[in-house]
Design a binder for this molecule. Sequence first.
Ligand SMILES: Cc1cc2nc3c(=O)[nH]c(=O)nc-3n(C[C@H](O)[C@H](O)[C@H](O)COP(=O)(O)OP(=O)(O)OC[C@H]3O[C@@H](n4cnc5c(N)ncnc54)[C@H](O)[C@@H]3O)c2cc1C
Length: 236
Amino acid sequence: MIEANPQYRRCYGSSEVLTGDVNYDDILISYDSLKNKYGLEFLFDTVVDVDPQTQVINLKSGDTVSYDRLIVSPGIDFIWDGTEGYSEAVAQGPMPQAWKAGEQTLLLKRQIDVMPEDGTMIIVPPANPYRCPPGPYERASLMAEMFQTRKPRAKILIFDLKDGFAMDQAFMLGWNRLYGYRIPEDKMTGMPDDINQPSEQGMIDWISGSNGGKIVQVNPPDMTVKPSLAMSFMGM
Ligand SMILES: Cc1cc2nc3c(=O)[nH]c(=O)nc-3n(C[C@H](O)[C@H](O)[C@H](O)COP(=O)(O)OP(=O)(O)OC[C@H]3O[C@@H](n4cnc5c(N)ncnc54)[C@H](O)[C@@H]3O)c2cc1C
């Protein structure tokens, strides 16, 4: 196995690091059992090129490795220039992406910890397809649970370019019952009869694509985002 990263931190469970329910080192995965139990050999290096004709892999270190069979599974990456104002440098500073676990998780945790009690956390889920479809909404739910006790006047705004998401009605029902979420009319079909719709939105708000939820620009110095509606929102 040729792996760029000698330490793997798993994404699942990283939201619980943000809430403080688990420690950063709890999401550290060791390669030991793959080595010791299954006899895998590890080479910590980065693949820069694969030549399928000669069946040779070129590594960043300058070494080469030849193969008979090859499985390529590098995961996904970000399209850094997909939103005006966003970049890899911005993600490493004021506006972390925090979907790849590791330093990004810690960066966002530090921001959340010092967020004012009435601060606003903005979550921008990606377009489909992406890994862990319920992930952004699960993260919003866990943050709301934590904010309820530690920052009860905080808000979580989810700006989505989609008009629905994995298990959206189950999430919305839970948000309604726990955090005073007002369920959109087009998501009410099949909901239980005893739903209490609050007159004002509670801690969580989900702005769908049809309602202008697509973020077209971010402004790191002001910590604002501009959705496709003609207004700006300020995050923490
Ligand atoms: C917040 C969040 C919560 C999630 N929760 C769950 C969950 O509860 N359950 C679930 O099943 N899934 C969950 N997921 C999804 C899960 O984490 C991913 O689907 C999974 O990590 C994808 O595995 P992968 O091997 O394709 O990619 P990765 O985990 O990204 O692994 C790719 C590996 O390739 C290496 N690599 C990349 N390029 C190179 C190169 N050029 N040379 C050498 N090595 C390279 C990287 O270092 C990395 O270790 C969650 C994801 C997120 C973001």
